[in-house]
Ligand binder design. Sequence first.
Ligand SMILES: *[C@@H]1O[C@H](CO)[C@@H](O)[C@H](O)[C@H]1NC(C)=O
Ligand SMILES: *[C@@H]1O[C@H](CO)[C@@H](O)[C@H](O)[C@H]1NC(C)=O
Ligand SMILES: *[C@@H]1O[C@H](CO)[C@@H](O)[C@H](O)[C@H]1NC(C)=O
Length: 190
Amino acid sequence: MEKFLLFALLFLAITILGSSHGLDQSPKRVEKWFKKLSHAKLKMTKLHFYFHDTVTAKKPSAIQIAQANNTFQSPTLFGLVRMMDNPLTVKPEPNSKEIGRAQGIYGSASFEDIGLLMTLNLVFTDGKYNGSTLSILGHNQIFHKYRELPIVGGSGVFRLAKGSATAKTYRGDNTTQNAIVEYHVVILHY
Ligand SMILES: *[C@@H]1O[C@H](CO)[C@@H](O)[C@H](O)[C@H]1NC(C)=O
Ligand SMILES: *[C@@H]1O[C@H](CO)[C@@H](O)[C@H](O)[C@H]1NC(C)=O
Ligand SMILES: *[C@@H]1O[C@H](CO)[C@@H](O)[C@H](O)[C@H]1NC(C)=O
């Protein structure tokens, strides 16, 4: 009976420690993880989702926070800066299952062609990635078919991640500036 209880407790402890939203992110635990790194195997993870950038709506998810004094005379809206908290969903429909948020800033950073500087975190809120993040720092020419944005790091299950996100506009509207963008992400992490 006692043995059984012990096994049950052990099993429970392993389950809790092994699950990502119970992921221990204390400094001691993180340091321990780094010390064991030489034995860890690099793995590849692929993610696929849709990013909803809603500028014009009753409840926008991307909001202008700055501009230059001549932004609206510029053909590329140079200097326009928006802060976003955009939902990430499994399907293109806005009401499809949400798996995380894209939180950060994008700004128009090119005098010619439209090129955004994107600096954001993909904050996952579902399943085994819940509580883990990936950080993007990239150049996004939104009118090109494919845009490749570097994944420069991550946290939680994505600690030390490196990789690429490829963005492809699924639906875009020049008037409202609302867009639904398909993302494929491939990362190497431990
Ligand atoms: C816009 O800002 C620049 C740089 O600060 C300044 O030199 C210029 O006079 C400003 N133009 C207008 C129309 O306010
Ligand atoms: C994600 O984790 C948070 C915090 O631990 C928890 O409150 C939430 O219910 C989890 N969400 C899902 C979908 O598992
Ligand atoms: C939206 O604007 C871009 C850049 O000016 C242009 O290439 C594209 O054809 C426009 N799309 C539509 C549907 O008008």
